[in-house]
Write a protein that binds this ligand. Structure first.
Ligand SMILES: [Zn+2]
Length: 463
């Protein structure tokens, strides 16, 4: 008789909890049905399940997200860069403390030297269902500068996965990779490591509606933001030889509504707001945002980041400011709503020539960039907005970049701060080329703004 195994998978939900009740309802039904009918089914999440853009995630340091995963429960998860690089060391250390599932990731270490793994991570786990022995390996994207800055270690995933495959236990019938590495890496892994049967992917937010066969492996992935749920069906013969592998996806929007879902979704938000209700400062006047021009709040953030990083100026897009601060009390929630992005300050040390190229690029491109409805690269806003760079200018007549109204001094180095979007988005290639980068973690831009607001307005409280 043929054996059948179903894998259900989610990836890159990014705390889109407005989709969660429906996803949960659907998967819970599948889980219950599988138990009742004695069918083999496994449930996996492939990372970036949490995103600090949601107040509930922010207010609980991600613990509320782990609770949601527990409720199904999932059988195993790997984590993405949102879990791994946007949470402080201690918060990641605690994230899975009460998890009822194993966290699988073979290329992540508790130390820069990569000697030992944290005790909450497993490189590989085995499951035996219906006498089929299944190896589950996980891997996450190697954001080395970020992980090492926070005291973690990260290894190039392909060699880590190869080691796991070389050490597979005897009698393993099926090898599944939970990959938060992105589609190009998954395709390469499929060709280089033929022992892997199925790669459940994520990170690049790719949707493979009916999967993709590459070499020996079936690749499957469910897009982004909880818009889809993935399913892989595997048939094996009595000797556990794979007969077929197929993939399909379900659109969350088309699934039946979950009971009370609107109330539940509102509840996630309200609970997050309550967690963030602490007062930070009281400000004397309104600070309004402007996506297409300089603003007082942008100047405050510029000063804050320069002070924090020792940089001469801070290059940012005005689209990062999402709301205004009204005069009066500003809470953690208000700061989160204004700057919801998991963005870090990054200091770049560059030559005068490189600064010239950067300023030149900004002044040539900013008009076309400002209306781009940007998604990703750490940015959680709507439009990129204009580029703000205090002290920099461009002489249109002479076509020359200026700093403090003077031509760039080619004989000295400049320390210029920016944030992740400028490093990862392809708009200014020069930024990617600059070798000397210091990522400031774990504080996000909003933490640096909060620190500055307290310095500016906190004192008056005590008077
Ligand atoms: Zn990711």
């Amino acid at each position: 008789m043929k054996k059948r195994l179903t894998l259900w998978h989610t990836n890159d939900i990014h705390s889109h909890l407005e989709k969660w009740p429906r996803i949960f309802n659907f998967l819970k039904e599948k889980r219950t049905a599988a138990n009742k009918e004695n069918k083999s089914a496994l449930f996996f999440d492939i990372g970036d399940f949490l995103d600090r853009v949601h107040p509930l995630t922010e207010g609980t340091n991600g613990l509320a997200n782990t609770d949601l995963l527990n409720q199904l429960p999932y059988d195993a998860v790997t984590f993405g860069n949102n879990e791994g690089t946007t949470l402080a060391h201690e918060d990641l250390e605690n994230l899975y403390e009460h998890a009822t599932f194993p966290v699988v990731c073979c290329n992540f270490y508790a130390d820069k030297e990569r000697i030992k793994q944290p005790d909450w991570v497993k490189s590989i786990v085995y499951k035996e269902i219906d006498q089929v022995k299944i190896a589950i390996i996980g891997a996450t994207a190697p954001f080395r500068e970020y992980y090492e800055e926070m005291g973690w270690g990260i290894e190039e995933p392909i060699s880590s996965i190869q080691k796991q495959v070389a050490g597979l236990e005897e009698g393993t019938d099926l090898v599944i990779l939970l990959s938060h590495l992105g589609l190009p890496s998954d395709e390469r892994i499929a060709l280089e490591i033929p022992e892997i049967d199925v790669i459940l992917g994520g990170h690049t937010h790719h949707l493979l509606e009916t999967g993709k066969v590459e070499g020996n492996a079936l690749l499957a992935a469910a897009g982004r933001w909880g818009e889809y749920i993935g399913k892989v069906d595997i048939e094996l013969d009595e000797k556990n030889q794979i007969l077929s592998k197929t993939a399909m996806t379900f659109k969350t929007e088309d699934l039946p509504a979950a009971p009370n879902e609107a109330r539940e979704i509102q509840g996630f938000f309200d609970k997050g707001r309550a967690e963030l209700s602490e007062k930070v400062v009281a400000i004397p006047g309104k600070l309004a945002h402007n996506w297409f021009d300089d603003s007082e709040i942008a100047q405050i953030l510029n000063a804050a980041v320069c002070e924090w990083t020792g940089a001469e100026t801070f290059v940012m897009n005005a689209g990062i400011f999402m709301t205004d601060f009204e005069a009066g009390i500003v809470t953690d929630f208000d700061i989160h709503q204004m700057l919801p992005h998991p963005l870090n300050a990054i200091a770049l040390t560059m030559s005068g020539e490189e600064l010239e190229i950067l300023i030149d690029g900004i002044y040539r491109k900013k008009a076309e960039l400002q209306d781009i409805p940007l998604r990703g690269f750490g940015f959680r806003g709507e439009y990129f907005g204009t580029v703000l760079m205090d002290r920099a200018d461009f002489d249109l007549e002479k076509q020359v970049a200026l700093f403090d109204n003077k031509p760039i001094d080619k004989t000295r180095e400049y320390r210029i701060a920016t944030h992740d979007t400028f490093v990862f988005a392809p708009f200014f290639p020069i930024v990617k080329q600059i070798k000397r980068k210091e990522v400031y973690t774990p504080e996000l831009l909003r933490d640096i703004l909060k620190w500055k607001l307290k310095k500016m307005y906190g004192q008056e409280e005590d008077k």
